[in-house]
Design a protein. Structure first.
Ligand code: TYD
Length: 134
């Protein structure tokens, strides 16, 4: 459910030269198979609009900010991501949408699977129907 989407604090080392965040060991609750990122995103852009049968993700606002909507078919919540040392964990079978990108926003996604279009659910009604059967 949306309650299983939680914010992960990424350990950082901060000194007068700046901050260094580290993702290693069990910071991410799955082994990372793929990393992709969105950039040059127009502020009125809408991304996501899908769920996954296999993929777990952690979404990080590496720069700037954006909002992520997570939806389990019954309830939804909207979360602002604006800290490079914070990740939003999204398990399988959760619908997600991303909007309200700030200028210069970079959205990093750590994924548990390689890209496979067949494990996407891209239709919201199909998603709700599948959830109803689970
Ligand atoms: P899309 O799923 O629409 O992106 P988002 O979820 O951010 O809105 O993907 C955009 C295009 O990129 C689509 O044609 C599929 C392709 N793509 C890959 O080729 N590899 C990948 O790892 C990802 C995530 C997408």
């Amino acid at each position: 459910t949306v309650k299983d989407t939680n914010l992960i604090k990424i350990p950082k080392v901060h000194d007068e030269r700046g901050s260094l965040a580290v993702i290693e060991r069990d910071v991410i609750p799955f082994s990372i198979k793929r990393v992709y990122y969105l950039y040059d995103v127009p502020s009125d852009s809408y991304r996501g609009g899908h769920a996954h049968n296999e993929q777990e993700s952690v979404i990080i606002a590496l720069s700037g900010s954006f909002e992520v909507i997570v939806d389990d078919g019954t309830s939804r919540k909207r979360m602002l991501l604006n800290k490079p040392n914070q990740g939003l964990y999204i398990p399988t079978h959760i619908w997600r949408e991303i909007d309200n990108f700030s200028s210069g926003a970079v959205c990093l996604v750590l994924a548990s699977t390689t890209y496979d279009e067949t494990e996407y659910v891209r239709d919201y009604n199909t998603f709700c129907h599948l959830k109803g059967e689970m």
